[in-house]
Design a protein around this ligand. Structure first.
Ligand code: ZN
Length: 271
């Protein structure tokens, strides 16, 4: 019997040798696990994955990064599974007693949202509700929620990110083989963030896409707009169709494994 993604993430983080803790809990009370590795002083990077349920195996990219990370000059926080309830629904049909999930059992393989049908990556406080694909009804994807950070998961991640005050964030999604980074930066900040994005994209073999792209309320958007730091969204897997399972990420796991030490070095070069 195969292990659940929740269990694989927990074991992976423990195996990384980092300090393992929860940044908070999901709507259904599941821990949102994190491992910190490297120095607690110096520049920090936050790496997240699986904010979208159907992309939950992107978490394995991050657990492998955590194991490989050294952190000579700074540290990193690895948060592989931001949406543990959604991931379990996708993986096994678990509904946690939620009607939202029970009545959408047939949409399990398309599900991106949390257990209340809020799409966490449009629930952050950055032009909230202004996105091109935003929806006002709860469901599988794109529902912005009743107000910014109304969901336990996005609230926990936003609060944690503000507390850490990282030098950059990297977030994994699927699919497209692309990297997004731009959210209204100008001048020196645009130059800095564009450079960071270009180097990361080149390193892991994805295409850097410029422009605002009509997104709103995303974690990257929040990091760029509210924290003023470089933040990238990486869409793994070039093409295909959902659902994708763990095996589909094998190439991406290899390509991204040693990225975080490299990313920290890039940030150190800046000053
Ligand atoms: Zn996504």
């Amino acid at each position: 019997m195969s292990m659940s993604i929740t269990e694989r993430v927990k074991q992976g983080l423990i195996a990384s040798g980092g300090e393992v803790f929860a940044i908070g809990k999901s709507e259904c009370g599941n821990a949102i696990m994190c491992a910190h590795k490297g120095n607690t002083r110096g520049r920090q990077i936050i790496v997240t994955a699986a904010i979208h349920a159907r992309e939950c195996y992107t978490a394995l990219v991050v657990t492998e990064q955590a194991k490989a990370f050294i952190g000579k000059s700074g540290g990193a926080y690895f948060i592989p599974l931001v949406n543990p309830d959604g991931a379990r629904f996708f993986e096994s049909g678990e509904t946690f007693g939620k009607n939202m999930l029970a009545r959408n059992a047939d949409k399990r393989y398309l599900w991106k949202a949390n257990a209340d049908g809020v799409d966490l990556n449009v629930n952050f406080d950055a032009n909230w509700g202004g996105g091109k694909s935003n929806k006002l009804i709860a469901g599988a994807s794109d529902y912005i929620g009743a107000y910014p950070l109304c969901a336990a998961e996005s609230r926990a991640l936003a609060a944690f990110t503000e507390a850490v005050s990282p030098a950059a964030t990297i977030s994994y999604h699927c699919m497209g083989g692309e990297l997004y980074w731009e959210y209204g930066q100008d001048g020196k900040r645009r130059e800095r963030d564009g450079m960071f994005a270009a180097k990361i994209a080149e390193r892991i073999g994805v295409k850097k896409v410029d422009g605002h792209l009509f997104s709103a309320g995303g974690y990257k958007d929040f990091c760029v707009q509210k924290l003023g730091i470089p933040a990238v969204t990486v869409e793994l897997i070039d093409s295909g169709s959902h659902p994708f399972f763990a095996d589909a990420y094998a190439r991406d796991i290899e390509r991204n494994k040693f990225l975080i030490d490299y990313a920290l070095d890039l940030l150190d070069d800046k000053e």
